[in-house]
Design a protein around this ligand. Structure first.
Ligand code: COA
Length: 184
């Protein structure tokens, strides 16, 4: 699945993108609050990358979209955008969005643009009725994005993720199709 937004292009990872892919998931600053841990071993990174490539070809009942994001103009790689698909019995239920940007591209509104775009794709293309996002309770910049795109706080999940030697609470936000406004 490839698409564009005002300043960004989104595309599936290909075999030549290993270095871009690993530059994100091996970066401790990026992965500090993320739902998955920083990947330190080359072996684990290659395995994960190969899974992503394999998954890209799986068009039927796909469970995850992990997309490379680039600046449209300069064509710089800026990070990874994720949609996790949730199913209930055999019907699509919701999409959960995530974003991992290289630190030099923080504070420029790109993550907000990614979130709006993924939310639109979830509703228009993937036909979900709800888009959700979660973040570590201390990840205020990520929570800020969820609020900015009109998501509503649905709860705080206590001791939901184990990271860096301790259990952390996780905030859960969501937006329903009828609440989504194209202009937000
Ligand atoms: C979470 C993360 C994506 C947030 O990045 P961010 O830089 O704070 O978010 P944005 O890219 O949307 O930038 C927002 C800021 O850019 C500024 N900005 C600058 N130019 C802008 C523009 N043209 N349009 C909009 N905002 C702009 C805004 O002032 C805004 O800050 P504000 O909301 O305080 O006013 C980033 O910190 C990250 O990748 N972290 C690591 C991974 C992670 O934790 N992911 C989330 C959990 S899975």
């Amino acid at each position: 699945m490839d698409f564009q937004s005002e300043r960004l292009t989104f595309r599936e990872f290909g075999t030549k993108d290993y270095d871009l892919f690993s530059s994100v998931y091996s970066n401790g600053q990026i992965m500090r609050y993320a739902y998955m841990d920083q990947i330190n071993s080359e072996e684990e990174m290659i395995e994960y990358f190969n899974n992503v490539l394999k998954n890209n070809k799986d068009e039927k009942k796909r469970s995850i979209y992990e997309l490379a994001v680039f600046l449209k103009k300069e064509r710089f790689f800026i990070g990874i955008a994720v949609i996790l698909m949730g199913y209930h019995i055999s019907k699509v239920k919701h999409g959960e969005i995530g974003y991992f940007l290289l630190p030099q591209f923080w504070g420029k509104g790109y993550a907000t643009e990614i979130s709006k775009t993924l939310t639109g794709i979830c509703f228009r293309e993937l036909k979900v009725h709800k888009v959700a996002a979660s973040c570590n309770v201390n990840n205020t910049s990520s929570e800020n994005i969820m609020k900015k795109i009109g998501m509503i706080k649905e709860g705080e999940l206590r001791k939901e993720r184990y990271k860096d030697g301790g259990w952390h609470n996780e905030l859960r936000y969501g937006i329903l199709k009828e609440e989504w406004k194209e202009y937000c």
